[in-house]
Design a protein around this ligand. Sequence first.
Ligand SMILES: [Zn+2]
Length: 201
Amino acid sequence: MYKKFFLLFLIAAHPSFSLTPSEALNNLIDGNRRYAEDKPLHADHSADRRNSLVQGQAPFATIVSCSDSRVTPEIIFDQGTGDTFVVRVAGNVVGPIELDSIDYSTKVLGSGLVLVLGHESCGAVKAVMEKNTADIEAVAALIQPALKKPTNLEMAVKANVKHIVAQLKKSPILKRLIDEKKLECIGAYYKIESGSVEILK
Ligand SMILES: [Zn+2]
C-alpha cells in the first residue's frame, strides 16, 4: 500500500507534459480538419497501442464535452487510444466531480490543454433557455448563471462554454499550471452539420 502511494506521489510530482499547450491545440485542430474533410487517419486504436498503454497514460489534451451522441471527441478530433482524456456530461458542465477529473488529467497525467466543447443544437442548453428543466435540475443549475440574455441557442451554448472556461481558469490547480505556462484552457464550438470545430476567443 505504501509503495503504491509513493508511486502515485512521484507521478503527481513529476507529470510529463508531452506537448505544449499550443502543440496540443494544433493537434486537435489538425485532427478536426481531417474529420470535417472526411479524411480521418483512423488514429491508432490498435492492439499494439492498447498494449503500450498498460503501464500508464499521458493524454496530451483534456476535452470536456456534452454527452450528446453526435459529439464524440475522439472521433471528431481524429485521435487514438490514450491521446485525449475526455470528461462527458450533458451541457458540458463542470461541477466538483468533473473538476476532480480535470485536475487529475492535468496535474497528474500532464495534459497540456483543457478544451471545453459546446455544440450546435445542444438539448441541455436549449432546455434551460426554454425553462424546461424539471428532469435536469442539477445540470441546469450549472448552465443557468451563464445565460444572461442570449438571443439564440448558438449564443447561449457559446456563453455557457465561456462561463465554464472562466470558472476553470480560476480553479486552484489549473490556475497554477496556467501561470507556469504548462496549461491552457480554452473554449470551442462544434458544428454538427459541417463537422468542424470553431475555437472561441
Ligand atoms: Zn449537448
